[in-house]
Design a protein around this ligand. Structure first.
Ligand code: GUN
Length: 291
């Protein structure tokens, strides 16, 4: 039997687990505050940001939203981040990526105060993660770690293959896998678009994390029997639905589910966990800034 990993259920547990900390902070006059900044008219980015705002409201985190015209000068974004850095009611800042081409992404990432960098994208926080002394773990790999805890997926000594080398998922995921216990101690391979024979790697893997951004990229015939398969993909593909599209992962679910020992569905797997861990990081940020 394949375990279908229920990200919605684990995300609910994570949110409920934050309740006491949020209440204590709020009673002390330090209601956690998350600022989201959107400089894009991409419908997917708009949806993600509005879901993050709704998540905040549901758990008692104050959500502040700044929306900038995608054609506005880059300075408007840099200035916005500086204002949020200086605002004591804001404990976490999330600038939704990607930003427009005329904005210097690296400058944006390094301008967020590291203590408020709930994405974990600031170079200081990236460095701390690599050094095994993390402040904020990026939300998607952190959420995957929580799923593994909840479903007793053993990383100790496992062969882990991460498909994709993004700064947001692939690289931090690999860094968590190679850390020492309690989570980690996995022998880790990072595959990417220039990998010569992807299947040769995935077929040896006890754990496959698919984060390539390509619909149906990982298929059942590329997996070892019993492998744990984590699908990070959220790809919009045209479909005859009300919205005109459907969301599909990077894993071809039907074939993978027949082989896998455990698998995350799309939707309802990694996505809710990414959102929950943003709340978790925001509460941590608020605790540390006010403690
Ligand atoms: N764009 C896609 N994923 C993310 C994320 O986790 N954080 C931010 N800031 N932007 C994103």
């Amino acid at each position: 039997m394949t375990d279908i990993i229920d990200g919605n259920a684990v995300a609910t547990d994570v949110r409920e687990g934050l309740g006491d900390a949020i209440e204590t902070l709020s009673e002390a006059g330090h209601t956690p505050g998350l600022a989201t900044v959107l400089m894009s008219d991409d419908p997917a980015s708009e949806t993600y940001v509005s879901m993050k705002q709704r998540d905040c409201e549901e758990v008692g985190i104050e959500s502040h939203h700044v929306e900038l015209d995608p054609d506005a000068p880059a300075d408007e974004l840099y200035d916005t981040v500086e204002d949020l850095n200086a605002d004591d009611a804001i404990h976490g800042i999330l600038v939704q990526m990607p930003v427009p081409d005329h904005v210097d992404t690296r400058r944006v990432l390094r301008s967020v105060r590291p203590e408020k960098d709930v994405d974990g994208f600031h170079p200081e926080n990236v460095g701390r993660l690599v050094a095994g002394n993390e402040r904020f773990k990026p939300c998607t790999p952190h959420g995957i770690q929580k799923l593994f805890d909840a479903y007793d997926v053993e990383t100790e000594g496992a062969e882990a293959v991460v498909v994709g080398r993004s700064d947001i998922v692939g690289k931090p995921m690999a860094n968590l896998f190679i850390q020492k216990a309690p989570f980690g101690n996995a022998t880790t391979t990072v595959c990417h678009s220039r990998t010569k024979d992807l299947a040769a790697h995935t077929r040896e893997a006890d754990i496959v994390v698919a984060a390539a951004g390509v619909p149906g990229f990982v298929t059942g015939d590329m997996l070892e029997e019993g492998a744990t398969v984590v699908d990070v993909g959220i790809n919009r593909v045209d479909a005859d639905t009300e919205k005109g599209y459907e969301l599909v992962g990077d894993v071809e679910y039907e074939s993978a589910e027949e082989v896998a020992g455990a698998i995350t569905p799309v939707p309802g797997g990694v996505g809710p966990m990414t959102r929950a861990m943003l709340l978790w990081n925001t509460v941590k940020a608020a605790s540390e800034q006010t403690g």
